[in-house]
Write a protein that binds this ligand. Structure first.
Ligand code: HEC
Length: 181
């Protein structure tokens, strides 16, 4: 009997918490449905988050020093997610037909520098789980501050045909060129 008549001191706080939770839920429900666009954007955010951590524990630095790019004027450095390293290490830009397939969720960061060694941009490739096709690869280009770049009005994030153009030649090598040399 005593128990029911003594109000729990926690109660008002709990009630407040529930009210703010309810407010958040209502706010979420009022968000417009995003469709494909929203899906693409959140993938972009996730790729950016992971790519920006390229100097952390989850990555292996591929190249000890900058080497000239075979694709663009400039010098490159690369990092791959730790899980992808053993597969990536078997791929060389000089050889095709390694038969290597990168593990699901692999992410590669290439830092492109000018001839003087100043960072000009990052290019990223993410291999989504369950997707083995060239079109499944999420490509991204970011400026040195990790802002996604736009080229000729096209935001450089997603299944980009410009990137596919060259990487298509690497079909038998996990769609990548491998350890720069
Ligand atoms: C002109 C051909 C060409 C195009 C177009 C191209 N790439 Fe590449 N990419 C290469 C080559 C060659 C390499 C090997 C490293 C190097 O020499 O720069 C490479 C390497 C990479 C790598 C490192 C992983 C690997 O393949 O070994 C990433 C990440 C990457 N490119 C992302 C992109 C993105 C993003 C785009 C589109 C914006 C793109 N690439 C467009 C030729 C190209």
């Amino acid at each position: 009997m005593m128990e029911t008549s003594t109000p729990s001191p926690e109660f008002p706080m709990r009630a407040n918490l529930l009210l703010s939770l309810a407010a958040v839920l209502v706010a979420c429900e009022n968000e417009p449905l995003g469709g494909d666009d929203a899906v693409e954007r959140s993938a972009e955010e996730r790729v950016l988050d992971r790519a920006m951590a390229f100097q952390g524990d989850g990555f292996v630095e591929v190249s000890a020093e900058m080497v000239p790019s075979r694709a663009v004027a400039g010098l490159i450095l690369e990092w791959v997610t730790a899980d992808a390293w053993s597969a990536f290490a078997q791929v060389s830009p000089d050889v095709t037909g390694s038969g290597v397939v990168l593990p699901d969720d692999s992410l590669i960061v290439r830092a492109v520098h000018d001839e003087e060694g100043a960072l000009s941009k990052y290019t990223v490739a993410w291999f989504p789980p369950g997707g083995g096709a060239l079109e499944d690869i999420f490509f991204l280009v970011a400026d040195p501050d990790w802002a996604v770049m736009t080229v000729d009005g096209v935001r450089q994030a997603g299944s980009l045909s410009t990137c596919q153009g060259c990487h298509a030649a690497r079909e038998d090598d996990g769609w990548v060129f491998g350890v720069p040399r």
